[in-house]
Design a protein around this ligand. Structure first.
Ligand code: NAD
Length: 501
């Protein structure tokens, strides 16, 4: 069979030229449909996690920029919310087409600023674009209700209206998808937005804002404020009476603090927070399929995903077979620079993340676990690499099982008794994703229904889907993103009581 050479990866210079430097002046704060320098003119560095080198200087947004962004979003709100739903949908659809057209550049941009391997970046670019397609179609589906009140003397009309200006705060681990998962439903509902991307990965969000402008989204509807003063900028938004919504994705710690702050003005909130996903393999499971699922669930994005499988509970009957096959797969994973076509796993986001993961693994070993398998990592690159690692013999009480690892480490625990398994699986305050592998679908469903998680993959290692409600139970969050549920997060219900006598 003839092999075709992979398409060349767009260079950072090319991408910056096309998408970001075009935001003159420099890598800018994006307000009212144009780039501008931050008030005060300060900038901050964005680094390539594969080498540690600075790849861009970005305007460091201030509280004054945050206010200017709300000025623009508030001014654009009456026009955008009055735009026909069909037209809002068609504009989003053009956003989808443009994102798809520029997927290769967006993917490379994510690999440069986030360090995720190109295959992961390409998958994210496609996934992120799908939110525009899904909500382009959903923009026209705001149904209402009409009917007689029980006493008959009035008629009741129920409708849904845009919540207003929405503040969006996103993490670095999915720089495109976490932004589009919020922007798309907000715009479909008729809201305007101010977005604060993570300071590690502001370039992708700026590129998306520019793409949306090209797609015909009016000036002021989408505003982006990159900043190193996250706390002050978000506090300013939460104190601004024109901001009626906070949609946050990030750690439970920061989400909880923002909920307290939002309570002061009773701001409508959606929270997508941390996870600690269990991955359960039953005695009758297809081990090869379970290993394929485990590899995706654990190592996508180098383990830096809120849905990442964090703890593997494998039935004792198949534990040896699972460990052997999984370990061999892990040892073969190619770790390297994100934009290298042969890389399967890139670096972690920064050296601090490597220190955190290393400390967790050392702690697990001190508690009795053994490192059974490990991949190799490149040395002397300046990049923040940690080797994909499998831990076996992990005591069920080890702290690595109760902490979100956020790195490429798979602790494996064996189980025999289902009731005790569920006790362990459901312990703690996280409840985002879970995975179950079993040959018996009914048994798998029974287990899945007993697991306290907002999303359960059954014989699948990935649960994210723009058409499905993404979100967590317990301290993993409030509200849902994706599907028709995601639109409701950006709408308020209003009802009219009409005299009928
Ligand atoms: P983080 O909470 O540190 O940061 C998230 C965002 O909040 C960033 O934009 C950051 O700049 C901002 N921020 C930080 N401190 C703030 C403050 N005091 N006030 C206002 N904003 C502040 O999280 P992270 O390290 O960027 O991301 C990793 C976390 O996100 C993990 O816990 C992961 O599970 C979670 N996450 C959850 C989902 C989900 O959908 N549930 C998706 C992706 C990531």
């Amino acid at each position: 069979m003839p092999t075709t050479a992979p398409a060349p990866v767009p260079t950072l210079a090319g991408i910056v030229g096309d998408y970001v430097r075009a935001l003159e002046p420099g890598h800018a704060v994006w307000v009212d449909g144009a780039g501008r320098a931050a008030a005060g003119g300060a900038r901050f560095d964005v680094r390539d996690p594969s080498t540690g080198a600075v790849i861009a200087g970005v305007s460091d947004g201030t509280v004054a920029d945050a206010a200017a962004a709300v000025d623009a979003a508030a001014a654009a709100l009456p026009g955008w919310s009055a735009t026909a739903p069909r037209e809002r949908g068609e504009t989003l659809r053009r956003g989808f087409e443009l994102m798809r057209e520029h997927a290769a550049e967006l993917a490379a941009l994510m690999s440069w600023e986030n360090g995720k391997a190109l295959a992961d970046s390409r998958a994210e670019a496609a996934y992120a674009a799908e939110f525009f397609r899904w909500y382009a179609e959903e923009a026209v589906r705001t149904e209402g209700e009409y009917g007689p009140a029980p006493a008959g003397a009035t008629r009741t009309i129920v409708t849904h209206r845009p919540v207003g200006v929405a503040a969006l705060v996103t993490p670095w681990n999915f720089p495109a998808a976490m932004a589009t998962r919020k922007i798309a439903p907000a715009l479909a509902a008729g809201c305007t937005v101010v977005l604060k991307p993570a300071s590690e990965t502001p370039l992708t969000a700026l590129a998306i804002a520019r793409i949306l402008r090209t797609a015909g989204v009016p000036a002021g509807v989408v505003n982006v404020v990159p900043t190193t003063s996250a706390r002050d900028v978000v506090a300013a938004w939460l104190a601004d009476p024109r901001v009626r919504k906070l949609s946050f994705t990030g750690s439970t710690e920061v989400g909880s603090a923002l909920l307290s702050r939002a309570a002061g003005r009773v701001v409508n909130t959606s929270m997508e927070l941390g996870g600690n996903a269990p991955f359960v393999v039953t005695a009758d499971a297809d081990v090869a399929a379970a290993v394929r699922g485990a590899t995706v669930a654990k190592f996508r994005n180098g383990g830096q995903a809120c849905t990442a499988a964090n703890r593997f509970y494998v039935h004792a009957d198949v534990a040896d077979a699972f460990l052997e096959r999984f370990g061999a797969t892990v040892e073969r994973l190619v770790v390297g620079p994100a934009v290298d076509q042969t890389t399967a796993i890139g670096p972690l986001i920064n050296p601090r993340a490597v220190d955190d993961v290393r400390a967790l693994v050392e702690g697990a070993v001190a508690e009795g676990a053994t490192v059974t398998h490990r991949a190799a990592v490149p040395e002397h690159t300046g990049g923040s690499y940690y080797p994909p690692t499998v831990l076996a013999g992990v005591p069920a009480t080890a702290s690595i099982l109760t902490t979100e690892i956020f790195g490429p480490v798979a602790p494996v625990v064996t189980w025999t008794d289902e009731a005790r398994l569920l006790e362990h699986v459901n312990a703690g305050e996280s409840g985002l994703a879970a995975y179950v592998y079993s040959a018996d679908l009914r048994a798998a469903m029974r287990l899945a229904e007993s697991i306290e998680a907002g999303m359960v993959g059954i014989n699948r290692g990935i649960v994210s889907d723009p058409a499905a409600p993404f979100g967590g139970l317990k301290q993993s969050g409030l509200g849902r993103e994706g599907g028709r549920h995601g639109l409701r997060e950006f709408q308020e219900t209003q009802y009219f009581s009409v005299d009928w006598e």
